[in-house]
Write a protein that binds this ligand. Structure first.
Ligand code: SF4
Ligand code: SF4
Length: 476
């Protein structure tokens, strides 16, 4: 998609421009959405898809049950899932899962007149996805929560009027997907008014939730208020692990029940899993649990140690294992019936290209679907974040406030912030990322660079790749 093509000095960019015709302009991509952040595991969320139904409950071939664990060194990722497509999708698995069942629901975030006019006027892409922490209150206290949210009222939270005024401003430059997150957004009593106002202004609201508060009543409201998809974090395949991680006995069962209720009411569900050393060996099981629940998508999130997640610094996967998980993801999604995506792992888009090259393939939309059309990190490029008190950030993990909507319109912050503008200029990247032939499709996680080095333009600390130019080779 052209929105992610920002810097013509990098060769992969030029490839992208060749590959994506004008018809792709403005089309919703899964990665655009999945790049969104939220607490409770980073609740990136995809739009639900017409007839998504990715979570087929079809029986799976026996081979599928003996999937390679991403972290078992005796199993090559390429050996994973030899039994072919488990759900027997016609047309080959690649097309099916890489598109997640459909490309679009007809909503084109950032594809409207306001966004086109904004870009023509400023030369800057309008945001297509905005994650909005509408409250920091939460009924859980998860170990890895970006917001370090707790139950209770947080002073200074944006009022309904302030939220409406900010939406009024946002739609002067774009028609985005708005990811309503928290905390737990369902704890906000006026959430349905916020949802309705998003629709009224031409934005598309979705919800990131821990699902423990979802009752038949709430799920019916989600359907009634046209919430197309929710994202729900599940980090362990069993109650024991999940409840310990989440700090709440009974949480796992409540979450599973919430997912089932939402599905019963026709609301799409995406499962998000934050990968750490605690659960990396369980990803296959979590995937299978998600599949058995009949959800639409399964997104793995690589831990970004900010907020309460700082306590999990020692649980972050070392770069080599990180790489191995991403390689596993590349192979696994070939046969998964779920839309399947690593998130906050920008170098996955380098791995796609490396793997494709090794397989003699070109990374085209036809072959790789949405993965071919997007960039690893979209923070500040087509994605932004608004905190519970109105602070604007490139993403929820990027621990730097670039302005506050109470003092300055979001549209002005998006346009004028030096940090946003730095993030849009890939030539400013430093170290390995600056030298990397994949910087246009990857770019490294800027939040992780900021958190580890204090410099958001520094090289991604969790990438094992040595760019070709640093190896003394020609760029690939
Ligand atoms: S060096 Fe940086 S830009 Fe290159 S693949 Fe690694 S994280 Fe991405
Ligand atoms: S900075 Fe990192 S966490 Fe934020 S959007 Fe980019 S990849 Fe995701």
């Amino acid at each position: 998609m052209a929105d992610n093509v920002g810097n013509a000095d990098a060769r992969p960019d030029l490839e992208l421009e060749e590959e994506f015709g004008p018809e792709d302009e403005g089309t919703l991509t899964e990665q655009d959405i999945a790049a969104a952040e939220a607490p409770c595991g980073g609740v990136g969320i995809g739009i639900p898809l017409a007839g998504a139904g990715g979570g087929s409950l079809s029986s799976r071939p026996a081979e599928a049950e003996s999937q390679a664990s991403p972290l078992r060194p005796d199993e090559a990722p390429g050996d994973a899932h030899p039994g072919g497509h488990p759900a027997g999708m016609p047309g080959g698995p690649s097309e099916r899962q890489r598109h997640g069942g459909a490309r679009s629901v007809g909503f084109r975030p950032g594809g409207g007149e306001a966004a086109r006019a904004y870009e023509a006027r400023t030369g800057i892409k309008a945001p297509r996805i905005i994650a909005w922490e509408i409250t920091r209150s939460c009924n859980l206290s998860c170990a890895h929560c970006r917001a370090a949210a707790e139950f209770g009222h947080y002073p200074g939270e944006l009022s309904l009027d302030q939220i409406k005024a900010t939406l009024d401003d946002i739609v002067t430059i774009t028609n985005p997907i708005i990811i309503l997150t928290g905390g737990e957004p369902l704890m906000r009593p006026d959430i349905w008014e916020i949802v309705d106002y998003c629709h009224e202004k031409g934005a598309m609201p979705v919800i990131g939730t821990n699902a423990t508060l979802i009752t038949d009543d709430i799920a019916a409201k989600m359907a009634e208020h046209r919430i197309p998809r929710i994202s729900v974090s599940i980090d362990f395949p069993t109650a024991e692990g999940h409840d310990t991680f989440r700090g709440e006995p009974g949480c796992f069962d409540a979450t599973i029940e919430g997912v089932k209720i939402a599905k019963r009411h026709g609301v799409g569900v995406q499962i998000n899993t934050t990968v750490t050393t605690l659960n990396a060996h369980l990803i296959e099981e979590i995937h299978d649990l998600s599949e058995s629940l009949g959800v639409d998508a399964f997104h793995i999130f690589m831990l970004v140690p900010t907020g309460r997640g700082e306590d999990l610094l020692d649980k972050e996967l070392p770069p080599e294992e990180y790489e191995r998980v991403l390689e596993w993801a590349y192979e696994r999604q070939k046969t998964s019936p779920l839309h399947f995506k690593p998130t906050d792992a920008p170098h996955y888009y380098r791995i796609i290209r490396q793997k494709a090259k090794a397989e003699g393939k070109k990374v085209t939309r036809e072959e790789y679907g949405l993965d071919a059309m997007t960039r690893g990190c979209l923070g500040g490029i087509t994605f932004g974040f608004i905190s519970h008190v109105g602070d604007v950030q490139p993403c929820g993990y990027f621990d730097m406030q670039l302005g506050n909507v109470k003092d300055k319109p979001f549209s002005d912050i998006w346009t004028e912030s030096n940090v946003f503008n730095d993030l849009r200029d890939y030539s400013l990247l430093k170290g390995k990322c600056g030298a990397c032939e994949y910087k246009a499709v990857c770019g490294g996680c800027r939040a992780r660079a900021l958190s580890v080095t204090g410099d958001y333009l520094a090289e991604e600390p969790y990438c094992v790749y040595i760019p070709a130019s640093m190896r003394g080779e020609c760029e690939e």
